[in-house]
Design a protein around this ligand. Structure first.
Ligand code: ZN
Length: 393
């Protein structure tokens, strides 16, 4: 079983992009030998991996992921990224992973176009640890699946999946101090209640029109908002950020805080101005000392889309590739293995050795280095002596 699960994991760690590509490497004698010498495991046939993935309960692979992630929290490396020296930023968002023009399984969600064309697809709600350094690590995932055989309504289903995902996170990480980051679909009393029950903090994007009474109260009180401004400069831009906050705004018998950040960015090259406003609702009472961290924390939500979903779709992990066309069970297992592989690779790509290597080859991309790793595995017969020579430089 270790060889089979590791084989599936390895497919993603090596960014193999398909089961066929993996099988091509597996058939290469030098590659297989190097793999064996590194891991003391054989490379299984992709059909064998697939058969197991169709049968293996996905919660087992997810528990493996949770176990690895809990080790990360035990280490001190991620502590410096915590909000208020206590809470880990956990961003929630859903993304589409597969689309089919015929029904793929009984859990497919469906959407009917104006011309009556039915599309079948799968969506997953992710909870990812995000850091200002650019990590986006899956701590738990929940598939949004068709249970009542009706048309897909993103908001409705994503909200329900949030409830299930919250239960899962509380079970797997019962004492983890969490600060939830989420987009404009999330500010509502159900979500606030789940956070309150779990003793979680949240910083949630507030869009115009939602939480009407909250908006009205914030509007009336705006003149009294306290705040501070921050100036940031880099090689190409000069940025002024105006932070403002209001506390004790009542919404459905509980009090929350309102946070606003207006960012004015001047591009030095053409002297153009870019102005953006970000508004959040939070259950963290605001002060002049924490308002900057709160609003900046709220903006980390983007990392689940960029470093999270975009990287997994477009940078070698092929999140949308149909690793299994027939089995929903296998699809979920491949999804979890991809999450574990991406976590491992992020730590490699942020390691000092790797960053030094990128500097040495300044025109190299991560993708090109990964190709070289694969070429190395296929061409350099690995020996213990060679390995020793590498280590001793
Ligand atoms: Zn399906």
């Amino acid at each position: 079983m270790a060889e089979i699960v590791m084989g599936g994991l390895f497919m993603f760690i090596f960014k193999e992009t398909s089961r066929n590509a993996y099988d091509g490497h597996r058939g290469d004698a030098i590659f297989a030998k190097n793999y064996y010498l590194q891991f003391k495991l054989r490379l299984p046939h992709p059909d064998t991996i697939d058969q197991v993935m169709r049968e293996l309960p996905p919660q087992l692979v997810e528990e493996l992921k949770a176990h690895l992630v809990s080790k990360l929290f035990e280490q001190k490396t991620l502590r410096k990224f915590r909000f208020l020296d206590k809470y880990y930023h956990i961003a929630f968002d859903a993304t589409g992973i597969q689309t089919f023009d015929k029904r793929h399984c009984e859990h497919c969600l469906t959407r009917t176009s104006k011309t009556d064309i039915v599309t079948y697809f799968h969506y997953v709600l992710e909870a990812k640890l995000v850091t200002s350094s650019g990590l986006a690590i899956s701590i738990a995932s929940e598939f949004i699946e068709n249970r009542e055989n009706r048309d897909f309504d993103k908001q409705d289903c994503e909200q329900k999946a949030f409830g299930r995902l919250a239960v899962k996170i509380k079970k797997q990480f019962p004492r983890l101090p969490i600060c939830i980051l989420a987009d404009g679909l999330y500010p509502n009393d159900t979500i606030f209640g789940i956070c309150r029950a779990n003793d979680w903090r949240f910083i949630i994007t507030l869009k115009d029109g939602c939480l009407k009474t909250f908006h009205q109260d914030a509007g009336l009180l705006k003149a009294t908002a306290k705040g501070r401004s921050v100036y940031r400069a880099d090689k190409t831009t000069r940025t002024t950020l105006e932070y403002k906050f209001l506390n004790d705004i009542e919404y459905k018998k509980n009090n929350y805080s309102w946070v606003s950040c207006i960012e004015t960015k001047v591009h030095l090259s053409d002297k153009t101005n870019e102005v953006q406003q970000f508004i959040y609702i939070t259950n963290v009472p605001q002060t002049l000392d924490n308002v900057v961290n709160t609003a900046d924390g709220g903006r980390l939500r983007w990392k689940i889309e960029n470093e999270g979903f975009n990287t997994q779709k477009n940078s070698g992990y092929e999140l949308e590739h149909k690793f299994s066309r027939v089995s929903y069970n296998a699809m979920q297992n491949y999804y979890q293995l991809l999450q574990i592989a991406h976590m491992i690779n992020q730590f490699v790509e942020k390691s000092k050795d790797f960053i030094d290597l990128m500097k040495e080859h300044s025109k190299q991309t991560i993708k090109a280095l990964w190709n070289e790793l694969s070429v190395f595995m296929r061409t350099i017969p690995y020996t213990e002596a060679l390995f020793e020579a590498f280590i001793s430089g």
